[in-house]
Design a binder for this molecule. Structure first.
Ligand code: NOJ
Length: 551
């Protein structure tokens, strides 16, 4: 029988290199106090569930005090817990419980912007132009008489203008929602405060950090601001763009690295950096954050060549930085992969997969749920066998589909409100999890949940799946347990295969074959360890992945 070979003695300091990390969106995971909003006690009540998934770590999306203008990515206080989610003692208890279960804890750090309720921003509004309080943010005089025109015509990521007036002729930059003023990272006080935040959570036992908008902190805004058209025309891959992926951002992470390395084992970090591929290794380097998200599979078509190319490219990039790569199929910002894979490819390749379906409220094009789930199970099994870390998003282990028909009055995502008729936003992947078949909230809590759950959640609830050996939950449990036992050096060797099949072998003989095609292919020789759909004879069924070992 294959076993975990050369990594068995891996030191504690490199636990993250091939970790299975499960993203928890805390407000939608489990609600212990019955207010309709998930909380830290809710997560604690599900440690058994997390343990049974054989995870290496969980990543908590923001749980800090917040008005939820952007699902918690608008942080009022970086060193506290939202009172609706608990108190610091609950956080400490959660870390203890997770550690006792052998699961590490990664928290989200949101350094590009605070919320507009952060004490610094309140102080900035109450202070005059040119004050030290305003210097922590990006304030500019408006143009035109009395500064009534914005300093530039920039558009925010969620739609609408990126500059907001404050009533005295000055405007502040908010690249995201109006409630998310951008910080000025040239300001020493801002830098020091984040170092303090990193120490604060590290001292509380946090093992690592996920860094939001990691490529956006360093900005170079001259007296004369470029127009949006100028910005769009500037190259983004040379370190010189005024807003994105500037070379100086790495000076910030070099300072963070000294904090990370002052702990034993060193704290880890993973960058959310939407940058060109050749720019990723610096974020992932050991002198920087240490690891960076690779979203390429999340954006790839369900296609053998596309998947193989993405894997090759990202293993090469990881080798360049000395880091390990990261695989992501779903997260809290995108249409769930079981749904993406059940929809036709968009006619316009620039359109996000699932966009038209979401905009139609889930009506057109028609979603093939069965196919989407079959492909999702195959893709997940493929990803879980690759060298590097796998980042999983809560609910994907249930094969959960996106919820498309959330009524306008229940929606929360600022992208919906700031883009009327153009975006519906990301609420459909953030609907609270179904734990049981019982209303009002399918076991999420005792009150109606903060986002409405559809009736079909009953059929995919944890209670329905956990005793069914063929369920997606059982598949994830088996795969993650096996992955632990089989983990090996961070390499793979490609094996010859039919055109629609991608096959590789890991150094200890662990072999993987994924059939992307609509027709069965030949099953490779060897003993099957796990398959994403039922096998019949010596065939590898359509849209199926198998894990094998030599006989
Ligand atoms: C990326 C986060 O993943 C997303 O949810 C958020 O809206 C933006 N950053 C702004 O913080």
């Amino acid at each position: 029988m294959l076993s975990r070979d050369d990594v068995a003695s891996e030191s504690d300091a490199s636990w993250w290199r091939q970790a299975a990390v499960y993203q928890i969106y805390p407000r939608s995971f489990a609600d212990a106090d019955g207010d309709g909003l998930g909380d830290l006690a809710g997560i604690r009540s599900r440690i058994g569930y997390l343990s049974a998934l054989h995870l290496d770590a969980v990543w908590l999306s923001p749980f800090y005090p917040s008005a939820l203008a952007d699902g918690g990515y608008d942080v009022d206080d970086y060193r506290d817990v939202d009172p609706r989610l608990g108190i610091l003692a609950d956080f400490d208890a959660l870390v203890d419980d997770l550690h006792a279960a052998g699961i590490r804890m990664i928290v989200d750090i949101v350094p590009n912007h605070t919320s507009n309720r952060h004490e610094w921003f309140r102080e900035a509004l109450a202070s005059p132009r040119g004050s030290a309080a305003r210097a922590r943010y990006i304030f500019r005089d408006g143009r035109g008489p009395d500064g009534a025109e914005p300093p530039a015509d920039w558009t925010s990521a969620f739609g609408g203008p990126a500059w907001e007036p404050v009533g005295d002729g000055q405007w502040y930059l908010h690249y995201f929602a109006v409630e998310q003023p951008d910080l000025n990272w040239d300001n020493r006080e801002v830098r020091d405060d984040f170092l303090r935040t990193l120490r604060f959570w590290s001292d509380r036992g946090v093992d690592g950090f996920r860094i939001d908008v990691a490529h956006g902190l360093a900005k170079k805004l001259d007296e004369h601001l470029p127009s949006q058209a100028d910005l769009d025309a500037l190259p983004k891959g040379d370190g010189g763009h005024p807003l994105w992926d500037r070379d100086e951002v790495h000076d910030i992470y070099a300072e963070w690295r000294t904090v990370f390395d002052s702990y034993s084992p060193p704290r880890t970090a993973v960058a959310e950096a939407w940058v060109q591929s050749h720019r990723v290794p610096r974020y992932a380097s050991p002198e920087g954050l240490g690891q960076a998200f690779n979203f390429d599979l999340l954006e790839a078509d369900f296609d053998a060549d596309a998947f193989r190319r993405v894997v090759e490219d990202n293993l090469a990039l990881a080798a360049q930085s000395g880091s390990s790569t990261t695989w992501v199929l779903s997260n809290h910002d995108v249409v769930r992969h079981a749904t993406r894979y059940g929809l036709p490819e968009p006619a316009n390749p620039k359109e996000k997969h699932g966009y038209a379906w979401l905009m139609s409220g889930g009506v057109s094009p028609v979603l093939n749920r069965e196919r989407g789930l079959r492909r999702a199970r195959a893709a997940s099994l493929f990803v879980l066998a690759l060298p590097g870390s796998a980042y999983l998003y809560q609910g994907e282990e249930l094969g959960l589909q996106e919820v498309a028909d959330i009524p306008a009055e229940s929606r929360q995502d600022p992208a919906f409100f700031r883009n009327p008729g153009v975006e519906v936003g990301r609420d459909g992947c953030r609907v609270p999890l179904p734990w049981t078949t019982d209303r009002p909230s399918f076991g999420f809590g005792t009150a109606p949940p903060h986002l409405p759950q559809p009736d079909w959640f009953a059929s995919v609830a944890v209670s329905v799946q956990e005793h069914d050996p063929d369920s997606t939950l059982s598949l994830y449990r088996k795969a993650l347990e096996l992955r632990h036992r089989l983990q090996t050096a961070e390499q793979l060797e490609w094996l010859d295969s039919a055109p629609d099949v991608v096959r590789f072998r890991r150094p200890n003989g662990w072999e993987v074959a994924m059939n992307f095609g609509a027709e069965p292919a030949e099953l490779p020789a060897g003993t099957v360890l796990l398959a994403s759909s039922p096998l019949a004879g010596r065939q590898l069924p359509a849209e199926t992945t198998v894990w094998m070992q030599p006989s």
